[in-house]
Design a protein around this ligand. Structure first.
Ligand code: B4P
Length: 195
């Protein structure tokens, strides 16, 4: 099994690059943002609770997202590997993920961290907000709250994986294809060792 975390601030290209990466490597894509938006669309109790946090640009409570990931891992026993997109976003989520993967006798191979400037993030998200229908992309104040949450709670998660020498920083500005090629090179280097 080969498991990757795609890491970075909101708007750094995680969702965009995930689509290309899962197509190339046959990994199961687990995006907590997508899972939460699906719960919201079906108006489940979990979705109604999560929407309150997401609309303010805040992180959803750890127990909610950890439960969702745990279920997703259980329901995909035959996956060749997982691409985690937008998860883990706190130290508690990272520790929970390690335990869940240990139960499956596997671990994270690499955390690929996309680096993008704050001005570029805001520009991208406001642009997406014009067409995405995502309420958290429309208001610049909400976007700034998301970036603030990232700086305070999510960025330190990279330190957790640095202890195990698993973090690689990738320049997340440039064309989608250029960034994709940089990501693939890092994955191929590690996959060849793993195979
Ligand atoms: P997510 O759904 O994870 O969304 P995101 O981080 O805002 O965006 P992403 O990074 O995937 O978008 P992308 O850059 O691809 O989270 C939404 C919310 O859900 C969070 O704020 C939080 O409330 C909640 N949540 C999710 N996971 C959670 C967790 N684990 N714990 C707690 N709460 C959680 O795309 C952005 C735009 O950039 C797109 O329009 C794209 O086209 C464009 N773009 C991409 N690459 C580009 C490039 N190279 N050049 C120019 N534009 C580019």
């Amino acid at each position: 099994m080969f498991n990757i975390i795609l890491f970075g601030p909101p708007g750094s290209g995680k969702g965009t690059q995930s689509q290309n990466l899962i197509a190339k490597y046959g990994l199961k894509h687990l995006s907590t943002g997508d899972l939460l938006r699906s719960e919201i669309a079906f108006q489940t109790p979990l979705g109604i609770e999560a929407k309150n946090f997401m609309d303010k640009g805040q992180l959803v409570p750890d127990e909610v997202v950890i439960g969702m990931i745990s279920t997703a891992l259980e329901t995909n026993p035959d996956a060749q590997g997982f691409l985690f997109d937008g998860f883990p976003r706190t130290d508690a989520q990272a520790e929970a993920l390690d335990k869940l993967l240990q139960l499956k006798k596997t671990s994270i191979a690499v955390m690929l961290a996309l680096d993008v400037s704050e001005d570029e993030l805001i520009k991208r998200l406001l642009h997406r907000g014009q067409s995405s229908g995502r309420s958290d992309d429309v208001d610049e104040a909400v976007i700034r709250s998301r970036i603030h949450e990232y700086e305070n709670k999510t960025k330190p998660v990279a330190d957790y994986y640095k202890k195990f020498n698993k973090v690689v920083h990738i320049k997340g500005e440039g064309s989608v294809d250029e960034i994709f090629n940089l990501l693939c090179k890092e994955i191929d280097d590690r996959k060849n060792v793993d195979d």
